[in-house]
Write a protein that binds this ligand. Structure first.
Ligand SMILES: NC(=O)c1ccc[n+]([C@@H]2O[C@H](COP(=O)([O-])OP(=O)(O)OC[C@H]3O[C@@H](n4cnc5c(N)ncnc54)[C@H](OP(=O)(O)O)[C@@H]3O)[C@@H](O)[C@H]2O)c1
Length: 325
């Protein structure tokens, strides 16, 4: 089978499609014929060895995928060959086949295209868990989404609207701000401008942001926290800007605001009830067509490098997807 193989932590141009052996099917595992896999910010860091943990070389990148069950180990039930599934793994998604523990898979809801299923779970689960379980976002509250046109940001824009919030999307270019408007944002701010907090103040009638969804980090996080409303909640989601901000402790005191961490990887293990609740809500909205997940751009398998480069260049609108097979 064909797979993207990272043989050294190097430039994206030195990663190639190779012929590799089909994955084995140990007990408890399911082998999936992959139809689509997505490329997120973390995948871009991983192939360059810049992520906090390093996969031993060589490895196949890709943490989120969708496809059809090819075979299941004898001790696995519920995943008959031919079942459409979506899955998450530490790596291995950018390949024609992957074998994963059955627990890593979820049957694909009817009528969901593989490109959607491959780009849906991580970002929408993270966003809804953050907004509803961590921040308890209420209808009518002001939600400020930083990096609003990125993969996880645009999910927060859509889900914020579904939860009834007044959504203000912050992004660096007009194209990105228009993208956020297209998916439901009520207003936008250009947070590259020195006076962006004044505009935010005007947009919220002086109230500030009740909830801040922050996958960006760096200086903009500190500025955003200074514009938080009384009893506001600042969700720490990621550090796409490349630096981890240090918040002076007097600010939460003065603002009556809280800082809340969000980590997708820990949700199913630490909060299985919340995980089930959030996934059930997402699937309900999906099947009711209230939620139409954003698929950024779809690339052919042989063009997988372009998906990584688009992420690297800060040019991505939504999540990048690679079509396989
Ligand atoms: N906590 C969790 O469980 C969880 C889950 C998913 C993602 N994340 C994290 O969330 C962050 C965003 O992920 P994503 O997949 O949404 O990435 P993405 O699609 O690339 O979006 C990131 C956004 O950040 C903004 N940004 C600001 N400075 C940037 C820079 N120097 N380089 C790149 N982007 C920059 C960009 O918007 P502007 O150009 O408009 O500024 C961009 O749209 C990552 O750190 C990721 O690890 C965390």
């Amino acid at each position: 089978m064909k797979a993207v193989v990272v043989e050294g932590y190097d430039s994206i141009d030195n990663i190639h499609l190779k012929d590799v052996a089909m994955p084995d099917l140990p007990a408890g595992h399911v082998r999936v014929r992959i139809q689509a896999a997505s490329v997120g910010f973390v995948d871009g860091l991983k192939v360059q060895g810049l992520y906090q943990t390093r996969d031993p070389l060589p490895f196949t990148p890709g943490t989120e995928f969708a496809g059809i069950v090819d075979a299941a180990a004898a001790d696995v039930t519920g995943f008959a060959p031919g079942t459409p599934v979506m899955g998450m793994a530490r790596s291995g998604g950018l390949a024609e086949y992957i074998a994963v523990p059955a627990a890593a898979l979820v049957p694909m809801p009817d009528g969901i295209a593989p490109e959607v299923a491959a780009s849906f779970r991580a970002n929408y689960l993270t966003s809804l868990y953050a907004l509803s379980e961590r921040a308890a976002l209420r209808s009518g509250e002001y939600l400020l989404v930083l990096g609003a046109a990125g993969g996880v940001g645009i999910a927060a824009v859509q889900l914020g609207k579904l939860l009834g919030a007044r959504v203000i999307a912050a992004a660096s270019t007009e194209e990105k701000r228009n993208f956020a408007i297209r998916f439901g944002a009520d207003a936008t701010v250009d947070y590259t401008q020195a006076d962006w907090r004044d505009r935010l103040k005007t947009l919220t009638d002086g109230h500030g942001a009740d909830v801040i969804f922050d996958p960006v980090g760096g200086e903009v996080s500190l500025q955003a926290f200074r514009s938080i409303a009384w009893n506001g909640r600042h969700l720490v989601v990621g550090f796409a800007a490349g630096s981890i901000p240090a918040l002076p402790f007097n600010l939460p005191l003065l603002k009556g605001g809280s800082l809340l961490g969000v980590d997708l990887a820990q949700i199913p293990r630490r909060e299985p009830e919340a995980y089930r609740r959030v996934m059930a809500q997402l699937f309900t909205w999906l099947t009711e067509k209230k939620l139409e997940p954003v698929v950024g751009k779809v690339f052919a398998f042989e063009d997988f490098r372009e998906a990584f480069k688009t992420m690297q260049n800060r040019a991505a609108l939504g999540k990048m997807v690679v079509r396989i097979g």
